[in-house]
Write a protein that binds this ligand. Sequence first.
Ligand code: 13P
Length: 256
Amino acid sequence: MERESVLRQEIVEVGRRLWQKGFVAANDGNITCRLDEDFVLTTPTGVSKGFMTPDMIVKVDMDGNTSEGYLKPSSEIFVHLMIYKERPDVQAVLHAHPPFATAFAVAGISLEHPILPEAVLHLDGVPLSPYGTPGTPELVEAIRPYIRGRNAVLLENHGAFTVGDSPLHAYYRMETLEHFAKISLLARLLGRERVLSPQEVYRLLQSRDRALVNPLCEECGICLAERTDLPGLVERITKKVMEELSKDGIGGSNRG
Ligand code: 13P
């Protein structure tokens, strides 16, 4: 099957999963993926993303003009296009309102603290971008600085964006984000969250990097050449852990 048809079907499948998992309600959410350097496939605006068919997907250029399709493109297409311009490595972008992650965004709490191996490995910490009115340039600019070095971002009082190598990859990151948010909330209800130590985080990131085919940077032997700012990531996480440890009741070591 031709690449464009495969991608259209993958977007439809991701929409179905988003709706089935309750990550979107009614007409919420949008999914895009790069077709090539000049064009992007996007979900149409104002439809349930759980019941789309491949012909409903719209092809737009990098300025958001429709090149093919009988429906209007997503109202958030300019956020997606901004992300492709800021992140040449990204092939797909996903926006949804998963309830647990969105509850953190509504409470004004980011999800950057390392409590779960999978979240550390697949998300590298999730920052919270300031509120911007949906469908406006204000939202585009609110998200821009946060998506530069991250694969998932919470949007204050709104929802979340994830990116990936394909629509399914971006979807898996949304699942991981929602799972992380749910477990973090439950742990808070139980009274405390024990954050992973910087050494534990470091070991996790090393195991992830060993599993990747990309070579390690020759200079430091730690970060991945042209892929991850590993030292920067460890520094960010260490800072966050130190903040958590200095708070009463949260963090701290429970190990003898
Ligand atoms: P669209 O249907 O226009 O993509 O918008 C849905 C949405 O969630 C806006 O934030």
